[in-house]
Design a protein around this ligand. Structure first.
Ligand SMILES: O=C(O)CCC(=O)C(=O)O
Ligand SMILES: [Fe+2]
Length: 323
């Protein structure tokens, strides 16, 4: 596992996506070209002018903080272990994102699309599909998170259309993947990094994200680091007010035969205070088969990854990080 840390340097591209949200194909193309460069070089970039209301984002952070401030009894009333579809609260040190490292110093709350227990998809046992668990003590929590989940889903769809264009595909290329998409909104709370951590202990161990793309909101504490495989060091991805950090997940790496990089990242909360972040994992249609795109194979080049359904891939990733 890489270990050197470089001096702070943002180094990641900042992309204004207004052109992608409008109807002008020339403006869409211009954004797609920037997405392409960012995905080829880093797999990580900032997105501005994304159209999600700043007030809604502030409400998400406020509700998240109120939830993590609850007493442990209230939090454990919505324990993720009570949910057949991985929704709800997860205590500190429950997940190990970096294989071989100590468990992550973060507590979290998982939210997904609300699917009633009698829905055929739930009856069929589809992965991570079902009802949410909501904290009874916080009446505003569910409506805020539900609004944000819908807004982030729409932004994810816009970006996926831009990514299709960036790969010289028609903008609707991923439409079957975007149909009935699975997507996980996760609230994260990191205590300050301890003064005497275990070797390798950190907020969130080095990992790549499992799905298509991740849309991340972070507060102003900092601590997110991204592996730069060319320079072989970690670069900081500091908070940029009003911007999302967007990164490519493993499914896009599989589609593109690693031309688009699913980049290692980690969190070390050295701010001396609590850190809150909100990743939104755009997973996509669970039954969709992901295989190498024809535009991502040079003559004679073989696909590096076998075809897999999104659901098979997700199940394997959860198993790996939850032991
Ligand atoms: O908290 C962050 O900034 C990043 C979290 C992350 O990488 C993840 O949950 O996959
Ligand atoms: Fe991540």
């Amino acid at each position: 596992m890489p270990s050197e840390t470089a001096p702070a340097s943002p180094g990641l591209p900042l992309i204004d996506i207004r052109g992608l949200r409008g109807a002008d194909p020339v403006a869409q193309r211009a954004v797609a070209d920037q997405l392409r460069q960012a995905c080829l070089n880093h797999g990580f970039f900032y997105v501005t002018h994304h159209g999600i209301d700043a007030a809604l984002i502030a409400q998400v952070f406020a509700a998240s903080q109120r939830f993590f401030d609850l007493g442990m009894d209230d939090k454990l009333a919505v324990d993720k272990r009570l949910s057949p579809c991985n929704r709800g609260y997860e205590p500190l040190k429950a997940q190990t994102l970096e294989s071989g490292a100590p468990p992550d110093l973060k507590e979290s709350f998982y939210i997904g699309a609300e699917v009633p227990p009698d829905d055929p998809r739930v009856q069929a046992g589809r992965f991570n599909t079902g009802p949410n668990q909501w904290p009874a003590a916080l009446p505003d929590f569910a409506p805020v998170m539900t609004r944000y989940h819908a807004a982030a889903l729409a932004l994810g769809e816009t970006l996926m259309r831009g990514l299709a264009l960036s790969l010289d595909l028609p903008p609707d290329h991923f439409d079957a993947y975007l149909e009935d998409p699975s997507a996980t909104l996760r609230l994260l709370h990191y205590p300050p990094q301890p003064a005497n951590p275990q070797p390798g202990e950190k907020g969130c161990g080095a990992h790549t994200d499992f799905g298509g793309i991740t849309l991340l909101l972070q507060d102003d504490a900092g601590g997110l680091q991204v592996w730069d495989s060319q320079q072989r060091h970690w670069i900081d991805a500091p908070p940029v007010p009003g911007a999302f950090v967007v990164n490519i997940g493993d499914l896009l790496a599989r589609w593109t035969n690693d031309r688009y990089v699913s980049t290692l990242h980690r969190v070390i909360n050295l701010s001396g205070r609590e850190r809150y972040s909100v990743p939104f994992f755009f997973t996509g249609n669970l039954q969709h088969r992901v295989e190498c795109l024809p535009t991502c194979l040079a003559p004679g080049e073989a696909p590096k990854y076998p075809a897999v359904t999104v659901e098979e891939h997700q199940i394997a990733c959860y198993r790996r990080t939850y032991g």
